[in-house]
Design a protein around this ligand. Structure first.
Ligand code: PHE
Length: 341
């Protein structure tokens, strides 16, 4: 029996120190010290021993049990420590490795152009108004001296939202002239940027949705000279102090007189090139003196007050500012294009 005990002790100790996991260790505990374990089985046979042998064997058996228990405990602690070491080693942070780059977006070039534009006008004391894209025909047309039979009101030109042609996607930001005067009264100096919609096919210079920036100044004694001076100052601020402009007579129902303003081509300096389609000039905006009928409709006396209004095309402004050749690039959101700004 003594030999058997010593064999168990030897084998168990060797097995315990060789374990590599807590589960393995638990298996050994059950195998040797469990209810049906080898040591337990051996102890059950103590009864067969002579009374003289029994105490000595009992002592030896207890000693083996205590030794195995201690071995199990210390191996368990060793395994825990090893697991912790491995975890720490695996989780080490190498502070010398460069961090992951976070992809940051940036402002769209058209909004960069818009922000520069707003800044210029804010510095001249203008206020900024925001207005609805879904508009009443009354504001988009009628109050802008554009009667029912005007060709601009054709179904083929305008996105109507109701059968009776009273509600539409605004075709211009000019209804903001009316809204601003009704809301704010006069004198007024304001700009109002926003989206407008027309039934146009998409090409290099057209889109069914584009952006305009409306402007309106109404006060006592405002003349065409104020219109020219203001617009020239703004255009030179954007395109450079040497920029030449050209004011051409034009017609808008809500301004009288009306004009279109061209900017000398920044590419060829006026000689004519593909960018300006050989013209030497690029059309930049429509403008004019606010029609007396429009003023009167907003409760403003045209014998006391006068004013000018203008409408810039924002895409065109951005195209000139960043030398972009095709309008579609502005809307396609191709990252290869946008990353250039
Ligand atoms: N709303 C006009 C257009 O879309 C531009 C304009 C604005 C003209 C203000 C005169 C005054 O063409």
């Amino acid at each position: 029996m003594k030999e058997q005990l010593e064999v168990i002790q030897k084998r168990a100790l060797a097995a315990i120190t060789a374990t590599e996991s807590a589960a393995e260790l638990e298996g050994l505990r059950v195998r040797y010290l469990g209810k049906k374990g080898e040591l337990t089985a051996l102890l059950k046979q103590m009864g067969k021993l002579s009374p003289e042998e029994r105490p000595m064997m009992g002592q030896l058996a207890n000693q083996v049990r205590a030794e195995l228990e201690a071995a199990l405990e210390s191996q368990s602690a060793a395994l825990d420590a090893k697991a912790m070491d491995e975890k720490l080693a695996a989780e080490t942070v190498d502070v010398t490795i460069p961090g992951k780059k976070v992809a940051l977006g940036h402002k769209h070039p058209m909004y960069t152009a818009l922000d520069e534009f707003k800044e210029i006008f804010l510095n001249m004391g203008f206020e900024i108004f925001d207005g609805p894209e879904v508009e009443q025909a009354d504001y988009n047309f009628t109050k802008l001296n554009t009667p029912d039979d005007h060709p601009a009101r054709e179904w083929t030109d305008t996105f109507y939202l109701t059968e009776d042609s009273r509600i539409l996607l605004r075709t211009q930001t000019s209804p903001m002239q009316i809204r601003a005067m009704e809301e704010h009264g006069v004198p007024i100096r304001m700009i109002s940027p926003g989206r407008v919609y027309r039934k146009d096919e998409v090409d290099a210079t057209h889109s069914p949705m584009f952006h305009q920036i409306e402007g309106l100044v109404v006060d006592k004694g405002i003349t065409m000279a104020d219109l020219k001076g203001t617009l020239n100052a703004v255009i030179r601020e954007i395109y450079g102090p040497e920029t030449k402009t050209r004011f051409r007579p034009h017609h808008f129902p809500f301004t009288e007189p009306s004009c279109e303003v061209d900017i000398q081509c920044h590419k060829c300096g006026g000689k004519g090139c593909p960018t300006c389609k050989g013209e030497g000039w690029i059309e930049a905006l429509g403008a004019g003196m606010v029609h007396p009928k429009v003023l009167r409709g907003c409760g403003v006396d045209p014998d006391v007050y006068s004013g000018f209004a203008f409408g810039f095309g924002l895409e065109r402004l951005a195209m000139g500012r960043f030398k972009i050749s095709d309008l579609r690039l502005i809307f396609e959101n191709d990252i290869r294009f946008l990353e250039q700004f």
